[in-house]
Design a protein around this ligand. Structure first.
Ligand SMILES: *[C@@H]1O[C@H](CO)[C@@H](O)[C@H](O)[C@H]1NC(C)=O
Ligand SMILES: *[C@@H]1O[C@H](CO)[C@@H](O)[C@H](O)[C@H]1NC(C)=O
Ligand SMILES: *[C@@H]1O[C@H](CO)[C@@H](O)[C@H](O)[C@H]1NC(C)=O
Ligand SMILES: *[C@@H]1O[C@H](CO)[C@@H](O)[C@H](O)[C@H]1NC(C)=O
Length: 438
């Protein structure tokens, strides 16, 4: 018995020692601490034991949080007549820790630090602020059930939904997308912009990484009424914990799939309003596109720890995210993304798009170009074949009256296989094949 107790104590000591050895802290010139460890600056990050450097208070804040979460979920389920495992939240938190430990090292990063703070373009900020002021009285409780990510049992966040204002969503995405694309060097497709979340007094947001395809993200600080700053704590690619304090009109760009982020200290004040915008990268702005035959997305490292987890969660393989969210299909961002895919000759993804949205194949831009014209310009034979299979006329005219073959003749070498193919199927040449004649 004694042996068991002693060995238990030893194990515990060793465990803390080994954690401790990876955490260092030094005082910076402005009197604040700089943490040089990946783990546990303020909260349990990859293991449930916080570094002893942080003192007992932080550990008990975290431990109590999980206990309260277990109680809150048990009560919530009791009310619905369901029984719950008493450690339901502890188990949920294990998966948060596991994700924090494994996902960042299994993904590609696009920037040096993984985060940066800048200002929201002022005209856009005015629109968001105006919307918020007009609609904040409509805020509704955001989550219907508790999770370990937020202490909603103390201060449930409320949400001012944007769904009713598609124009505003479009304006937000239209302005944020190029900023994030320049920052990441990637073509981005919108995943979600769902509204303005209001956190209330006592809120804690547990540090986490986002579930993919939430990869390139932005937090806009819309408004706040707090007694002291409530920083966003991030673990950048340098493995350092850093606090970012935000004022209304600020925005933080961050790689939310690899940068662990949270607000692991209780908010003190009235409210704090954030708008979140998420994008998925699918091809670099310059250079080689992602292998179209790959069934994992371009941001996952092959043979990494998390690749398999991703495959289990996505048994159908990688599909361009806009398919999953038909809401975006008709927006012009989507058109841009779609055109880029066609230009890349990314046949498999486009096939999935066509299957799910048969009308896409006929969609025209302002010059009357559809995807057959884009694919002809790019010289993508397989893509043209695919488009024809979906019932598109091989001689479909643009607004200026030229055919796909003319476009191919204008942009491609005369012996290109696509031109040969067009000739074989008897495609029409209306005799205008210089770029300026198109
Ligand atoms: C501490 O760092 C070493 C080397 O980087 C690593 O092998 C070990 O697992 C880390 N310990 C903990 C508790 O994270
Ligand atoms: C991306 O950054 C994380 C840390 O945030 C790091 O663990 C990982 O190795 C990086 N990925 C690559 C492919 O270098
Ligand atoms: C961030 O700020 C909180 C609250 O002031 C503090 O407890 C924490 O140690 C800070 N984290 C870092 C990495 O400086
Ligand atoms: C926030 O909660 C604390 C106690 O937890 C209380 O002292 C304070 O007055 C509250 N602030 C507001 C703005 O409600």
């Amino acid at each position: 018995m004694l042996v068991i107790i002693i060995s238990g104590i030893l194990t515990t000591l060793l465990f803390f020692r080994s954690l401790d050895s990876n955490v260092t802290r030094k005082l910076s010139e402005d009197g604040s601490y700089i943490y040089t460890a990946f783990d546990s600056a303020s909260w349990a990050i990859t293991s449930r034991s916080l570094s002893p450097i942080l003192g007992i208070d932080k550990q008990s804040l975290y431990d109590n949080y999980v206990v309260q979460c277990n109680e809150a979920i048990t009560k919530e389920n009791d009310d619905k007549g369901k029984t719950t495992a008493p450690d339901v939240c502890t188990v949920m938190d294990e998966s948060r820790l596991k994700m924090n430990a494994n996902q960042p090292k299994s993904v590609f990063n696009y920037t040096k630090d993984g985060y940066t703070k800048t200002r929201v373009p002022s005209d856009l900020f005015d629109l968001i602020k105006e919307f918020f002021n007009k609609n904040r009285h409509l805020a509704k409780i955001e989550w219907q059930s508790h999770t370990v990510y937020h202490n909603a049992w103390i201060a449930p966040p409320t949400m001012v939904g944007l769904n009713k204002d598609k124009t505003l969503i479009n304006q937000i995405q239209e302005q944020i997308k190029p900023i994030l694309e320049e920052w990441t060097g990637q073509h981005l497709s919108p995943v979600s912009t769902y509204g303005i979340r209001m956190y209330h007094n006592g809120s804690i947001l547990a540090p986490h990484v986002d579930r993919m395809p939430l990869v390139a993200s932005v937090i806009i600080q819309v408004d706040q009424d707090v007694d002291e700053p409530w920083p966003l704590e991030v673990y950048g690619h340098d493995d350092k914990a850093t606090n970012i304090t935000m004022e209304p009109g600020d925005m933080v760009l961050y790689e939310s799939h690899s940068v662990i982020h949270g607000r692991p200290f209780p908010m003190i004040g009235n409210f704090f309003a954030n708008c979140f915008i998420h994008f998925e990268p699918y091809a670099p702005l310059e250079g080689e596109a992602h292998d179209p035959n790959s069934d994992i997305p371009p941001y996952i490292v092959k043979d990494s720890v998390w690749e398999n987890e991703w495959k289990i969660a996505n048994p159908d393989g990688w599909k361009f995210v806009s398919i999953v969210l038909p809401f975006f299909l008709c927006s012009k961002f989507y058109d841009d993304d779609f055109k880029t895919l066609v230009e890349y000759g990314n046949v498999i993804k486009v096939e999935a798009l066509f299957r799910d949205n048969p009308d896409l194949v006929h969609e025209k831009d302002e010059n009357g170009w559809t995807c057959i014209h884009e694919a002809s310009r790019g010289g993508h034979l397989e893509m043209v074949e695919l488009i024809l299979k979906h019932g598109v006329d091989k001689d479909l005219l643009t607004k200026t009256g030229v055919t796909p073959l003319n476009i191919a003749l204008a942009f491609l070498e005369v012996d290109h296989k696509l031109i040969e193919f067009f000739n074989d199927i008897g495609a029409k040449d209306i005799g205008r094949s210089k770029k300026q004649e198109l």
